[in-house]
Design a protein around this ligand. Structure first.
Ligand code: BG6
Length: 520
């Protein structure tokens, strides 16, 4: 397939804003579960990027909290993480200065006395640095500790302080089904008002995900055709080549539906399907997302399929099957792949199927949304170019590459030059993020951390949204739990997933797009 590159002119690039002007007020960021991977790989590098861009307030402090009895080595470990994962130079003077803002406080998550100690320590830092009482608590622990931490913060008066403000960021997974999500919401909202709660989904920090709204609503030409009259169907794929990477015990309880579909994929789906919000403000955007999720009728169990990888080849290397992974039940019934056919019953989307699939150890790493348009009403050209790898003229396809090779491409048919016939060949118009804007070292948490510090909830999940998506998936999870699949493992590592997933689309006369990624 031929590709036409879309480039950005240098004069356009000078118009590209280099950062946000909003700087949060002085505050202390308290990270619970700070000895885990997330803090070192993502949170601290993102905070350092914010510091480099002068987007952090001068009076700012980061306090890592975890069970281990660590001291200054925590600061050194975080420093090493910043160098390793943020692209910073070890001798960057800004890094020295930044490291001075990091400290550690050991705490047992279920010990009220430790929280009293934490409160005193935060007051000490606050006074020393002239902060003024503002706190952002970030829960990056295992999910079973979320409720207890929130309750202990409440009991110490740290959630509703007399002076300053407090807010809480809660990592995923937020519950493991509808009942547990409701229960956690009740416990969290008993301590923090909803305006103080930031349920994080790191997908929303990705530039390409935020760009979905810009693409749809900052351009006039797509919206008129963004509906059932022109769109045949939508496919959303989140394919990973990685396995469970040592997270066996977590994944055994989660599985693909809970881990990725209920949250990341539902966010993507809502951004593709929502009605134009009246503004880019939390209330407007979150209301429109909720309307989409509420318009999805319950999914017949025959429209949900699951898979588990066996051994296979990834990039030419042999990899073990899921059941042979570390700390995984050798008879495990956990799905490492899930695919679904959903509908959205509203005026815009009635009758347009949305197919979702997510899986580990697939052939290629690619998160993509493809919008397949309907064929023209009359095909007056029916000759396919000898070079085209298709049997029929292909309909227009808009592909939004969330990662990697971030970009957008539009496939259309073009006349093959120099032949005497009207031979049609599919070509792509391609926009490539990196070519247009340069390579970014941001990891997505920059934006989310900054927004949480600023109190902007637009890119965070609301209580109602979380419960609505769990309500949709809980019956499927229950049905799957009740019947262990006899056919597991049912796909090879390095393949495109189980056959039952192909059948899901074949029933509708369609097939998965497996030529994911940027076309050279
Ligand atoms: C996480 C899941 O939320 O998202 C992981 O727990 C998954 O299992 C990851 O690998 C995918 O995120 P990303 O940003 O690497 O695509």
């Amino acid at each position: 397939m031929t590709t036409i590159q879309m480039s950005v002119r240098p004069e356009d690039l000078s118009q590209v804003p280099t950062g946000q002007e909003r700087i949060p007020e002085a505050g202390i960021l308290v990270i619970f579960g700070a000895s885990g991977d997330l803090t070192k790989r993502k949170l601290l590098p993102a905070l350092f990027h914010l510091r480099q861009a002068d987007l952090l307030p001068k009076q700012f402090s980061i306090v890592g909290v975890a069970r281990r009895p660590l001291g200054d080595e925590f600061r050194e470990d975080m420093r090493a993480g910043i160098v390793e994962f943020s692209g910073a130079k070890a001798d960057d003077p800004k890094l020295d200065d930044f490291a001075q803002h990091i400290s550690y406080f050991p705490l047992k998550f279920d010990d009220p006395a430790d929280y009293a100690g934490l409160k005193t320590e935060l007051e000490r830092i606050d006074k020393e640095r002239g902060i003024g009482g503002k706190r952002l608590f970030y829960l990056a622990t295992a999910p079973e500790f979320f409720a207890g931490i929130v309750e202990n913060l409440g009991a110490q008066g740290m959630a509703q302080p007399e002076k300053g403000q407090a807010a809480v960021v809660i990592e995923k997974p937020f519950g493991h089904d509808l009942e547990s999500a409701r229960d956690l919401n009740r416990k969290v909202n008993a301590v923090f008002h909803e305006e103080q709660v930031f349920r994080i989904d790191h997908y929303l920090g990705k530039e390409t995900v935020q760009n979905l709204l810009v693409f749809r609503f900052a351009n006039g030409i797509f919206e008129p055709i963004w509906n059932r009259n022109y769109i045949d169907h939508v496919q959303i794929t989140a394919a990973e080549t990685l396995g469970v990477e040592g997270r066996g015990p977590f994944y055994e309880k989660a599985g693909a539906l809970r881990d990725v579909v209920q949250n990341h994929m539902m966010e993507l789906l809502s951004l593709v399907a929502l009605e134009p919000p009246s503004s880019f403000e939390a209330e407007s955007v979150r209301r429109e997302k909720l309307k989409v999720w509420r318009a999805i009728p319950s999914v017949p169990i025959t429209n949900a399929v699951r898979g588990q990888y066996g051994p296979g080849l990834i990039d030419g290397q042999h990899v073990a099957g899921y059941r042979d992974e570390e700390r995984v039940d050798p008879e495990s019934g956990t799905e490492t792949y899930a695919a679904l056919r959903l509908e959205i019953e509203n005026w815009r989307w009635a009758g347009v199927p949305f197919y979702l699939r997510a899986g580990k150890r697939l052939k290629k790493r690619a998160t993509e949304i493809s919008i397949q348009f309907k064929q023209p009403p009359l095909l007056i050209f029916d000759r396919i170019a000898a070079t085209a790898a298709c049997q029929v003229i292909q309909p227009n396809l808009l592909t939004i590459r969330i990662q990697p090779d971030e970009g957008i491409s539009l496939r259309f048919g073009a006349k093959v030059p120099t032949t005497p016939n009207m031979d049609v060949c599919p070509v792509n118009m391609d926009f490539d993020y990196e070519k247009a804007f340069g390579k970014s070292s941001a990891n997505g948490y920059e934006r989310l951390l900054l927004d949480a510090m600023l109190g902007d909830q637009t890119l965070f999940s609301h209580r109602d949204g979380v419960e609505t998506t769990w309500a949709l998936y809980t019956p499927i999870l229950e049905a799957w739990a009740a019947k262990k699949p006899e056919v597991f493992p049912n796909y090879f590592a390095g393949s495109w997933g189980p056959e039952c997933s192909d059948h899901l689309l074949e029933k509708d006369g369609k097939s998965w797009r497996n030529d994911l990624g940027r076309k050279a």
